[in-house]
Design a binder for this molecule. Structure first.
Ligand code: RX0
Length: 338
């Protein structure tokens, strides 16, 4: 169904509520790739056919083969990107990329080396940055900016739905040019971005139960579709976890599953509204052989100034609050997800 002039929603896959990704094509004939649509970065990269055979993470994913694309244009400039954990190195190429039914001629990176951690755990092939151009490495115009300059979108926005139930299909949806009422109820509350060029807003506080515990003097919240969890300053998160009786082990914070129903709601105060998460929103209940494990989807992460200290609201938050990213008005809209 052509929603607005040729764009179609992109269904997303939900892998264990921690990885959400959708399909794009690159080149002619089309080479298909699964990518994370990531508002926390602004470059597109996929594994390259030219990656070294020793890069396991590269070898276990779909790889772009320039020699098989009639629309490939050589570039060759070096590229490298560093994430909170993990790094990617390669070189730039240009080809036709199709996202949500819209073709764009796009400069992207062919990854020739991917750090094993964490990419051997990636169920997707690459990352498509949905951040602002000023975040883009090598000054490359991001995909969404190339799409906006075609003037095919009814509105210069994109929206993200992340399902909370791994059994539910689709696991999520990306809409270019609008929102999908099938996946939210009520109206949107909009919050202006804090500074031009970042998908972040001013947060007025974080409360646990009825008590305002953190960020009471105001702080920054990054709305990040490329993060699985919620991160906050390590000291704040560790005291929050102590309050709810969570223990930290090598794979993150856990609580006794018997205590889950008594856990408090955690509320993020933004734009005059309260965005609450209940225990079912922020606990990942995993049935494992040795019994049920209840993972708390919060992580401590100290982002150095000037960006930090920040709270990063990832999939855990977006799964509860359908999110519209508005480039026309530089604001973010939240509505209750269905
Ligand atoms: C909702 O789906 C999220 C996808 C999973 C993200 C992630 O959990 C992941 C898990 C397994 C394998 C690879 C990756 C992964 C790694 C890098 C890019 C994209 C995905 C990331 C793990 C490391 C920290 N982290 C980020 O820094 C993220 C922060 C974000 N802005 C990105 O730029 C990197 C999240």
């Amino acid at each position: 169904d052509d929603r607005n002039n040729g764009t179609v929603p992109t269904p997303l896959t939900n892998y264990l509520d921690t990885q959400y990704f959708g399909e794009i094509s690159i080149g002619f004939p089309a080479q298909m790739f699964n990518v994370v649509f990531d508002t926390g970065s602004a470059n597109l990269w996929v594994p390259s056919q030219k990656c070294s055979p020793f890069s396991t993470a590269c070898f276990t994913h779909n790889r772009y083969d320039a020699s098989k694309s009639q629309t490939y244009v050589e570039n060759g400039t070096g590229f490298s990107i560093q994430y909170a954990s993990g790094n990617v190195r390669g070189f730039l190429s240009e080809d036709v990329v199709v996202v949500g039914g819209i073709p764009v001629v796009q400069v992207f990176a062919e990854a020739t080396s991917l750090s094993a951690m964490p990419f051997i755990f990636a169920k997707f092939d690459g990352v498509l940055g949905m951040g602002y151009p000023n975040m883009a490495i090598d000054g490359i115009t991001p995909v969404f900016d190339r799409i906006m300059s075609q003037h095919v979108l009814e509105e210069e926005v994109f929206s993200v739905y992340y399902s909370r139930d791994p059994k539910r299909s689709p696991g999520g949806e990306l809409v270019l040019g609008g929102t999908d009422p099938n996946y939210y109820t009520g109206s949107f509350n909009h919050i202006d971005t804090r500074e031009l060029g970042k998908w972040e807003v001013t947060m007025k506080g974080v409360s646990v139960g009825r008590e305002m515990m953190f960020c009471a003097e105001g702080c920054t919240a990054v709305i990040d579709t490329g993060s699985s969890y919620i991160t906050g300053p390590a000291s704040s998160v560790s005291s929050l976890m102590k309050t709810i009786g969570a223990q930290l082990d090598e794979s993150g914070y856990k609580v006794n599953c018997d205590s889950v129903k008594a856990l408090p709601r955690i509320t993020f105060h933004m734009g005059g509204q309260e965005y609450s998460l209940t225990q079912e929103d922020y606990i990942l209940w995993q049935s494992q052989i040795q019994g049920d494990v209840c993972i708390v989807t919060f992580r401590g992460l100290d982002v150095p100034p000037p960006t930090g200290p920040v709270w990063i609201l990832g999939a855990t938050f977006i799964a509860r609050y359908y999110t519209e990213f508005d480039r026309r008005n530089n604001r973010i809209g939240f509505a209750t997800a269905k």
